[in-house]
Design a protein around this ligand. Structure first.
Ligand SMILES: Nc1nc2c(ncn2[C@@H]2O[C@H](COP(=O)(O)OP(=O)(O)OP(=O)(O)O)[C@@H](O)[C@H]2O)c(=O)[nH]1
Ligand SMILES: [Mg+2]
Length: 177
């Protein structure tokens, strides 16, 4: 799907899955980030407290990337962030299977409001106890073409995730924005 208008894609997923990393890796020049020191023990010092926003160009198409916060206390943001969205990237960390049920709830919450095309970006596959990408796909009952392993701090994998979603968007009829 190529339009003159910007395509809006939402990036969601549990805490620490790599949502902010993905957006900053892809869009370092045009990026808004709302990182604050986390008041909860989440295994890192900072967390997103409002949204992430970045602008990206792929093949002449302008894409707006909107990242949701991961912490449950910001769940009210999802509806706001998902307005006008055409696709979703659900980020999960392969070494945090305990977060997969939460990830599934996020997916169901968003897609029950609007049946958005989505892909899953699987980070941290190289870490100890990480699930194989195939097993993550099986958990979410998806084909492998919808589940992409990446390191969200690296450009090639991050672009590959967006490219996969764009391919998926081309195969489905346009969703009303
Ligand atoms: N080892 C490893 N680290 C990664 C990978 N991808 C991302 N990271 C790191 O994982 C961390 C992810 O943090 P964020 O990008 O803040 O995660 P987030 O999903 O925005 O988290 P919240 O905003 O708190 O919900 C960062 O420190 C990244 O550098 C990966 O594939 N492997
Ligand atoms: Mg974040």
């Amino acid at each position: 799907m190529m339009t003159k208008q910007a395509l809006k894609i939402v990036i969601s997923g549990p805490v620490g899955a790599g949502k902010t990393s993905l957006i900053t890796t892809l869009t370092d020049a045009y990026c808004i980030s709302t990182e604050a020191r986390s008041s909860e023990q989440i295994g890192k010092t900072h967390t997103t407290v409002g949204l992430d926003f970045g602008v990206l160009q792929i093949g002449g198409q302008t894409i707006h990337l909107c990242g949701t916060p991961g912490q449950a206390r910001f769940d009210f943001m999802w509806d706001i962030l998902c307005q006008g969205t055409l696709g979703l990237v659900l980020m999960v960390a392969a070494n945090r299977p305990q977060d997969f049920p939460h990830a599934r709830r996020i997916l169901e919450f968003i897609t029950s409001r609007k049946p958005l095309p989505f892909v899953i970006g699987v980070t941290k596959s190289e870490l100890e106890d990480a699930w194989q990408t195939e097993d993550v796909a099986a958990y979410f009952e998806l084909e492998m073409n919808q589940v992409i392993a990446l390191n969200a701090t690296q450009l090639a994998g991050s672009r590959a995730v967006i490219a996969s979603l764009l391919r998926l968007l081309q195969t489905v009829s346009p969703v009303e924005a």
